[in-house]
Write a protein that binds this ligand. Sequence first.
Ligand code: B12
Length: 264
Amino acid sequence: MTARTPATQPIRPYGDRKDDGRIQLSFTLPVSASGRAKEAALRLCEQIGLQNVAVSTMEPAGDGFSFFVVYASTAQTVDFAAIVVPEVTTPAWSFKEVNAIIRHHVGRKIVVVGACTGSDAHTVGIDAILNMKGYAGDKGLEAYPWVAAFNLGAQVDNAALLVRARELAADAILVSQIVTQRDVHRENAQRMIQLARRQGLRDVQLILGGPRIDHKLARELGYDAGFGPGTRPSQVIGYIVQAMLAARGILPAEALESALAHAH
Ligand code: B12
């Protein structure tokens, strides 16, 4: 009997035609734009191991800096079949369905408290999730009659967010981290978890979001879930409700069926 080798799925970037390995990258060099700067960009890419390098854009970027966009090819492949990452799953419930499920299975408003924490002043992301108007045509959590959403705004101290969450008996705490310079998002997000653990916070879902956040990173940092660019409020509330029901042993499909049966 021959041993079965596991199936592999090597993939390579696709540019003009399949498997040509064409990629585009951009970077800044700490020298003014010039013929030498362009050659430096090209050589750097060759040293990285890229082939057929074409510097398509060189722009001055402030005094003594230049910005490049480069096209090049890579001979590398990655085995897609060997990749396993935690991905956040959210049920495809409509606005009406989520409200019906909360009403039927929870019987009270779900309390969600969120903020952009630490020194981070970028409120647009957390506003997109929590505020009435929402994001990309998807209503924000304030618009849900069965959700009590509290948006504490920007530059909120981790400790202050936890105090408010406790006062409001929050079911979920939403932490937004936009600035990622020097990994400040990781450090601040992690400090939040450490503080929550020290204070013995339980039965509250801790959810992290931002442009450089994904579920894998959030889980590594100790959060229940992580959401990245393009997140819609309905995904977030769907996740929260699903997790609350799972804790009560209710499956998403059952939840919807029984909630809709009682809605009529
Ligand atoms: C608007 C803006 C500002 C405004 C913010 C105004 C405000 N009230 O928010 C102002 C002018 C104040 C500002 C200031 C600064 N900014 Co600014 N800013 C931006 C900009 C242009 C847009 C950000 C934005 O609004 N995105 C739109 C929202 C909808 O997207 P989002 O934040 O990703 O949110 C979505 C998801 O990530 C997710 N999400 C986000 N949070 C959460 C939370 C949870 C719980 C969940 C579930 C989901 C979730 O859902 C959202 C909807 O899908 C970005 C560049 C860019 N194009 O992104 C730079 C940018 C973020 N800023 C940057 C910088 C450097 C700064 C400053 C440091 C500049 C300076 N030197 O002073 C300061 C920092 C101030 C501070 N203390 O934080 C950098 C950050 C670089 C980095 N690597 O960290 C960026 C990327 C610009 C750049 N390319 O350099 N900024």
